[in-house]
Design a protein around this ligand. Sequence first.
Ligand SMILES: [Zn+2]
Length: 307
Amino acid sequence: MKRIITLLLCIALVLCALACAAPKPESDRPTVICTIFPQYDFVRQIAGDRVNLVMLSKPGAEVHGFDPSLSEMSMILDCDLFVYVGGETDRWVDDLLHKNGRDLNAVALTDLVDTVDEELTPGMQGEAEDKPEADEHVWTSPKNAIRIVEGLTDALCALLPDEAGAMRANAQAYINELQTLDDDFREVVGGAKRDTIVFAERFPFRYLCDELGLRYYAALPGCSSNEEVSISTVSFLIERVREERLPVVFTIEFSDGRIAKTIADAAGCEVLELHSCHNVSREDFDAGVTYLDLMRRNLEHLRKAVN
Ligand SMILES: [Zn+2]
């Protein structure tokens, strides 16, 4: 009899554990919509399958100039938490928030950190604007990523108070990894032979470079579309690589790397990619690539570039 009772108790315990561990059905979970990859990945690390997580931009798509369809707009208005970047690229969100007069639960990454304005560095192609826009690429510095994760954790815990303990534990473990990433970037740059990088594309890495004290030259400002880069800009960048004897010129994800190759051929250096994490390819998305994976890859490429 004792054995049977023990056995029944064990079965009950296992069933309870299974019930507790099983994710809630999809219909019971809140929906969180993220415009682009960085915050999609941050929410995934904090909340896991406690939420229905949607990335609005399709993997591999150009995220600048995104124009939501009517069905996407109504999906956003119906969601439980909407996470966007803020700034020029997301002007359409301001319209959506204000025109509809609905109380959308929304968080902008640019509200969670201190922003700096986009700037034109020497040699960079583009016209100085009367009123410079804030640089939107706040997630490119791991220090900012930590602040963003803290802000998103608060928003998610308010949405799911019963799950707050577990989500705060996830967030802390993830923040520890981001802190290690930040330490590693500082170690690479602190012990490097060089303090300058050249970027043959638009330049969304100001927050990372400012944080690390890196000097940079680039062809175009942060969010420019793929406009033609002038011969004088290319010549200027070739000169910088030659003068500073740089071993690497950087290109960006989804670029054909044509300008970088021209510079590399003329100045005799290597072309490497720095991934801005704006979006990932369909292949990377399906393989579950994370912000940390991409930034670790960036760290190794930067190590080569400054040594
Ligand atoms: Zn951008």
